[in-house]
Design a protein around this ligand. Structure first.
Ligand code: ATP
Ligand code: MG
Length: 310
């Protein structure tokens, strides 16, 4: 069985984190990354699968700890182009987690009610409670991604001082990044850990996955003709992601750019990053006060002494 030393693994995970203030270029991140180059190729997938298994188990334990300690919640933000594997990552990485302590929310085009509020509102009301893990499948980041590529969406938001359907300009987007950074900082200060992943699939691999969906009748339901229209704007989306990730990778909520051409890589990285980030919170199971311990001992005595019902 292949193995990897922890220090080396931490080093690898660091490669995916975008640190505040560092020069960020999406082009430096290879979507097709296939694991540690220092390992023989044949071992890399086995190791990733082992890391996923280990991550799933550790995440289940972390979640119990989150719940029991009742101090922090975890918000996982997942952003990606279509077919990058958001859904299957959620399915696999959270497969060991108690559904009671975990909530997945998907964000589509905003409804009329949502458009009657500011752009963060619908996400704010969907945030995880203390003790919970919340997953945002898309998020308020759509407001600086799809909306940036299609500024015509802004008309429906009826913003003050904003007319027309064209691009409102760099200062407008900078204000949105600032709102997002302030929102996330507020969340972290108040006990919500924010962990953001961009699943980085390549143009070539997206095409393969779309074609597979089209070639296999049992996968047709996954295909949406609109996905091809979005794909035509690939470069515009890359540009929007580049800008957004650079502007919103902060000390309190950095982005992780995760290679997504190989699903086994994506899942192992997401699982392990999450486990490590939750571990850094240093949570502990609550200890029981002296008086309560005495009451537990009394209950125990009573149960042991029982003769029968009634
Ligand atoms: P899947 O295709 O796997 O079901 P998905 O997340 O792609 O998942 P869709 O229903 O296909 O879900 O797409 C949701 C669409 O809603 C995306 O194209 C996304 O860009 C769009 N969307 C999300 N938030 C906003 C927003 N604030 N303004 C406009 N469009 C948005
Ligand atoms: Mg879709």
């Amino acid at each position: 069985m292949p193995s990897i030393d922890t220090a080396r693994f931490e080093e690898l995970l660091d490669l995916f984190r975008v640190d505040a203030g560092e020069r960020f270029d999406l082009a430096d991140h290879d979507p097709g990354w296939e694991g540690d180059e220092e390992l023989p190729k044949k071992d890399r997938k086995d190791l990733a699968e082992e890391l996923l298994e280990d991550g799933i188990e550790a995440l289940a334990e972390s979640q119990e700890l989150l719940w029991a300690s009742d101090r922090w919640s975890v918000l996982v933000v997942l952003q990606a182009m279509d077919a990058a594997g958001k859904d299957s990552t959620i399915k696999h990485v959270l497969s060991g987690v108690n559904p009671q302590g975990c909530r997945v929310v998907s964000f589509k085009q905003p409804s009329a009610e949502e458009l009657d509020h500011d752009f963060l509102w619908r996400c704010a009301v969907a945030l995880p409670r203390r003790g919970e893990i919340g997953i945002f499948n898309r998020s308020y980041y759509e407001e600086v991604l799809v909306v940036r590529v299609h500024p015509a969406f802004l008309a429906a938001q009826r913003l003050p001082g904003f007319e027309g359907t064209g691009d409102p300009g760099a200062a407008f987007w900078a204000d949105r990044y600032e709102s997002i950074n302030a929102f996330e900082r507020h969340l972290v200060r108040n006990g919500t850990l924010v962990v953001k992943f961009f699943l980085n699939v390549s143009w070539e691999e997206q095409r393969e996955r779309f074609l597979e969906r089209l070639d296999r009748p049992e996968k047709h339901w996954k295909f949406n003709a609109a996905d091809v229209a979005v794909r035509r704007r690939w470069q515009d989306y890359r540009h929007a992601y580049q800008q957004a990730i650079a502007a919103t990778s902060t000390a309190w909520a950095p982005w992780y750019v995760v290679p997504a051409d190989h699903k086994w890589v994506t899942r192992a990285v997401v699982a392990q990053v999450l486990v490590r980030r939750i571990r850094e919170l240093g949570l502990a199971f609550p200890t029981i006060p002296e008086d309560d311990r005495a009451a537990l001992a009394e209950s125990r005595r009573e149960l042991l002494a029982e003769q029968g019902p009634g």
